[in-house]
Design a protein. Structure first.
Length: 488
């Protein structure tokens, strides 16, 4: 059976004395991860001028993503083995070490190493958070907690870029990294005692993720991203060789990473088997749809429509705020609407937003249409994102919340990265000729995946997303879904 803390009434809500420290600690953790992510995007041009090594610019971001893959797998495994405190402490220590290394980096190579450490630590945060939410909160409070965690992105999203730019101007870019260390320490001091009280799960963990599969998946993703980058290279006499080389890297990455990924996600995920596998797949398709388009929204507004970065930033800010609004709307509807209805509605809204962004690429369409369209897309993401997490926790067998959470977070990270990479191929191929067509192609690729996601929603679990799992659904069916394919 599930932990006693999950049973019964909500006991006064998320800020009740027995939950206050855990709630605040998790929110602060999401806040410092969000702040760092947004700050790095803002200051990297300054960092590159100072350190040189422009050829490693992309790896500052890719290194973080690849580290996150390994951190997600390790944290989910240890949360089921030893409880959430151990992976949380390890994640915070790695993240803090990465901040220090990046802040003191004498070269771009050292900065990339610091970003990998940060990724390892940041990967632990969502796996631990979902495992804790699944083990300790009843259904209605789970939906509210998801909304609160979405809200934790608002302040960094609104003020983070401006603050980090000002810090870099006044004190130097290194303090953008080093200045976050006190927040990390405060979050850890609040959350760790509460996590220690939870202890390991009461139920046995069953099959575990293999760390070697995490490394293989990360390596495969790196090869695919490198292949997409190579294939997207512009012109020149070696264009055909670059395309062939890129396709070779993509094939090698798939051959290395895909078998490992299949062992890290529930059996049947890649074929959209009904229940938990379809839930994990739908999350990957959702993030591909949104972030595969989101990466090119500001490019469309600044380069095609020739507006300032400030104007383009309004679209990003609008989407961030609307995402939070959507998260709170789904929290209110989670007890009366089916989870798959919320996901389906959110996807339709996102697709509407992508269509609006494609429309605004035409010179006679007001730019305000694009700003409104991407704000609407953020609302759709808020409606769809959290219900998938809640359905995942419903279907997770007791004692395996960490493993299933890791599968969901892997879908997030990998589909996000691949989605941006696919769009990048289209944009790079059109660079120097008709950039508008490349961005349209990126939007169309994201929309096509969104249509596929709509089809998968028919296989999502039925019932409200905040409902507790029914006794008949408890352990055995989901354990079969979680059984790995083959061995490493």
């Amino acid at each position: 059976m599930r932990d006693p803390a999950v049973q019964g009434a909500d006991g006064g809500g998320l800020m009740a004395p027995q939950r206050r420290a855990l709630t605040v600690g998790l929110v602060l953790t999401v806040t410092f991860v969000a702040s760092e992510a947004l700050a790095v995007v803002t200051v990297m041009p300054v960092v590159a001028r100072d350190l040189g090594g422009l050829r490693l610019y992309g790896w500052v971001f890719s290194g973080f993503m690849l580290g996150s893959v390994i951190g997600i797998v390790a944290a989910g495994r240890e949360a089921d083995r030893r409880g959430p405190a151990v992976p949380f402490v390890a994640g915070v220590a790695l993240f803090g070490s990465g901040l220090a290394l990046a802040g003191l980096a004498p070269s771009m190579g050292v900065l990339v190493a610091g970003r990998v450490l940060q990724g390892l630590g940041a990967g632990a945060a969502p796996s631990v958070a979902y495992a804790v939410i699944g083990r300790t909160l009843p259904g209605p409070l789970r939906a509210r907690m998801m909304a609160i965690l979405s809200t934790a992105w608002v302040a960094p999203g609104l003020a983070g870029p401006a603050i980090s730019a000002e810090v870099a101007r006044l004190f130097g870019w290194r303090w953008v990294f080093l200045g976050l260390l006190p927040i990390v320490a405060v979050a850890a001091s609040i959350a760790v005692p509460a996590l220690l009280r939870l202890g390991p799960p009461a139920a046995g963990g069953g099959e575990e993720h293999r760390m070697i599969d995490g490394f293989r998946t990360a390596a495969g993703a790196a090869l695919i991203l490198a292949g997409l980058t190579l294939a997207a290279g512009t012109g020149g006499g070696n264009r055909l060789a670059a395309v062939l080389g890129g396709l070779g890297l993509i094939a090698a990455g798939g051959a290395l990473g895909l078998p490992a990924l299949r062992r890290l996600v529930p059996a049947g995920t890649l074929t959209a088997r009904a229940g938990l596998p379809a839930t994990i797949l739908s999350r990957g398709l959702l993030t591909f749809t949104f972030f595969g388009a989101d990466a090119y929204v500001t490019l469309a507004l600044t380069t095609v429509r020739h507006r300032t970065p400030v104007v383009a930033g309004i679209a990003v800010t609008g989407a961030t705020v609307a995402w939070t609004a959507g998260a709170w709307i789904q929290a209110r509807l989670s007890e009366s609407w089916e989870g798959r209805r919320l996901v389906r509605t959110g996807l339709v809204v996102i697709l509407t937003g992508i269509a609006g962004m494609a429309l605004v690429l035409q010179p006679d369409v007001p730019v305000a249409v694009g700003l409104a369209a991407w704000t609407v897309a953020g609302l759709g993401m808020g409606l769809a994102y959290a219900p998938i997490s809640l359905m995942m926790l419903q279907k997770a067998p007791p004692g395996q919340e960490g493993r299933v959470s890791a599968s969901l977070n892997l879908a997030d990270v990998l589909r996000d990265a691949i989605g941006i990479g696919v769009g990048g191929v289209a944009v790079a191929a059109a660079a120097g000729r008709e950039l508008r067509l490349g961005i349209v192609a990126a939007f169309c690729a994201a929309a096509a995946v969104g249509v596929a996601a709509l089809a998968v929603t028919r296989r999502l679990p039925s019932g409200p997303s905040s409902a507790p799992p029914r006794p008949a659904e408890s352990a055995q069916p989901d354990r079969a879904e979680l059984r790995p394919r083959g061995s490493s």
